[in-house]
Design a protein around this ligand. Structure first.
Ligand SMILES: Cc1cc2nc3c(=O)[nH]c(=O)nc-3n(C[C@H](O)[C@H](O)[C@H](O)COP(=O)(O)OP(=O)(O)OC[C@H]3O[C@@H](n4cnc5c(N)ncnc54)[C@H](O)[C@@H]3O)c2cc1C
Length: 491
């Protein structure tokens, strides 16, 4: 922990080196069936950790300090913006600076950057009065949920911790209404000072690369009290096993060949809780069925984060499209202009949804400003419905150059390099410069890594059918019905 006392006000910010050192904690991670000695032993995880570490170091740079840090009056200290609770509409715009910063830093490919997990902890804090009223339904253990949430917020703010969040259960047979129950996290025993839980969470994006995991179960009819648990524990907790999916990026590749993917990735893990002890001060719900259904409300800022990140990524798509027009000399073709206009429409629409949801934000019972949920849900629907088409549009603008890429070594090869130089120049750029742009767009739209990101965008915060159900259930249409009845002559 780096407490800098020579500046005023006090800064409680971690450096990248401190963040990296905190991951050498004995966590258990498997990649391709092999347990790692250290999370840094897997090149794609290590390279992704380097990207995250840069974000910590950027907090100290004049260029990024305003985006990544803020003064927290309750603590009298400058802390990471990841943990900021927006107490006004203006605060929402300020907090969004951090989202836009992490989106730019990762080309929007990290859906769970260091400021996403904390937004869920903050989401619980936003409903503190509700959590204060609730009690454990388990005999022998009565954690004070509200006190724990407050302490956790302060811990996160003062220590700049990073956390994964995992709410969804592993995929298994969905044909039975309660099929998910088999893998739900459950309290198996109440002990002195805490509970033991078993079960699993999937997918825990970025879990291996963070300090903590924030977990609960998604509510559905019949969720038993022992599965109504909300908490957060360090990744290195005994009994926690992280099984990582395969590597999809190109860590260690020449940056020319893979401008984005050589930096590794945000990896996803199946998180197995094998008889894990959760201390009582890390429990935010124990047995209360109503609190589990607070998922939509408490994850509101995470959903706003997701849409805000996608809005930045959409702007990046526009930038990439214009670059392609410039290097191929295709800007003069009207159909090409129309394709770019489609990308601009997408980017502007996402931005409009974000701004509208902030403009319509209302304070929660704790005074935290909550973006308008139906506007966010409609925006998220729009963003995922059109995402594949935006990728396709960018690919179409690139033509053959997107796949006919040969790598730096080919350009430098004495037998073939001069042919490539001669045959492949673009409009005002050399062949190798043109290829660099195509390499970046390949990484962003078409590579294996891009495939994972596209899947992520589609389902990471509930898939389209469930978003539609939310819109149906949560959008107040009574005024529209009144108008329709009046104009139809019914009233
Ligand atoms: C790359 C990636 C990263 C992710 N990261 C995280 C994370 O960090 N944290 C986290 O909590 N979750 C994460 N998720 C999980 C995500 O929340 C789930 O994928 C999502 O909730 C859908 O659940 P499922 O995949 O189990 O789909 P399933 O339940 O297996 O369903 C498959 C499909 O069937 C349809 N379907 C299923 N049930 C219904 C229904 N009741 N009504 C209508 N249609 C239905 C949907 O189209 C759905 O996509 C991630 C997912 C991916 C792919």
């Amino acid at each position: 922990m780096n407490q800098m006392t020579d500046t005023k006000p006090v800064r409680r910010l971690r450096t990248g080196a401190e963040y990296k050192a905190s991951l050498n904690d004995g966590r258990r991670v498997w990649v391709e069936g092999q347990e790692l000695g250290s999370v840094f032993d897997a090149p794609h995880l290590a390279a992704g950790i380097d990207v995250l570490a840069e974000m910590f170091d950027d907090q100290f740079s004049p260029e990024h300090a305003g985006d990544t840090t803020y003064f927290e009056p309750r603590l009298g200290a400058v802390v990471s913006r990841s943990w900021q609770a927006p107490m006004s509409r203006e605060d929402l715009a300020e907090r969004r600076r951090m989202i836009e910063y992490t989106a730019r830093k990762t080309a929007g490919t990290y859906g769970r950057p260091p400021d996403l997990g904390p937004s869920i902890a903050m989401g619980l804090w936003a409903y503190l009065p509700t959590f204060r009223k609730k009690k454990s339904t388990f005999a022998g253990l009565s954690p004070d949920f509200a006190e724990n949430i407050e302490r956790y917020m302060e811990y996160g703010q003062l220590n700049g911790i990073t956390c994964a969040e995992s709410l969804t259960g592993p995929q298994n047979d969905r044909s039975q209404p309660l099929a998910q129950a088999a893998s739900l996290l459950r309290v198996t025993a109440v002990e002195k000072g805490g509970v033991r839980i078993s079960g699993a969470k999937s997918v825990g994006s970025i879990a291996a690369q963070t300090n903590e995991i924030f977990f609960t179960n998604l509510a559905y009819e019949g969720t038993p009290p022992e599965a109504c648990i909300w908490g957060s524990i360090p990744i290195a907790t005994e009994g926690l096993k992280l099984v990582s999916r395969e590597c999809l990026s190109n860590p260690g590749a020449d940056p020319h060949d893979h401008p984005l993917n050589h930096k590794g990735e945000e990896a996803d893990q199946l998180v197995i809780f094998d008889d894990v002890f959760v201390p009582q001060d890390r429990i935010f719900n124990l047995g209360d069925q109503e609190l589990v259904s607070y998922y939509g409300r408490t994850c509101n800022w995470a959903h706003w984060h997701i849409l805000s990140r996608l809005a930045v990524k959409a702007q990046l798509f526009v930038g990439c499209a214009q670059l392609v027009l410039d290097i191929l000399g295709t800007a003069r073709f009207q159909p090409v202009q129309a394709l770019v206009a489609n990308l601009i429409q997408y980017a502007q629409t996402l931005r409009a949804f974000v701004l509208a949801a902030e403009a319509q934000a209302q304070p929660t019972e704790q005074g935290v400003f909550a973006p308008d949920i139906p506007l966010l849900t409609a925006g998220r629907m729009y963003s995922i419905q059109h995402y594949p088409n935006m990728i396709h549009t960018l690919q179409e603008l690139c033509g053959q150059g997107l796949v006919m890429r040969f790598g730096r070594k080919a350009f430098e090869n004495p037998d073939i390099g001069h042919h490539l130089v001669e045959l492949l120049p673009g409009h005002g750029v050399s062949g190798i410069e043109k290829e660099r742009v195509m390499n970046f767009i390949w990484d962003l739209t078409t590579s294996s890594h891009a495939g994972r990101v596209a899947l992520f965008e589609n389902v990471n915060a509930t898939p389209a059918p469930i978003l539609r159900t939310r819109l149906f259930n949560e959008y107040d249409r009574s005024a529209h019905v009144t108008l329709a009845r009046k104009l139809a002559g019914l009233d």
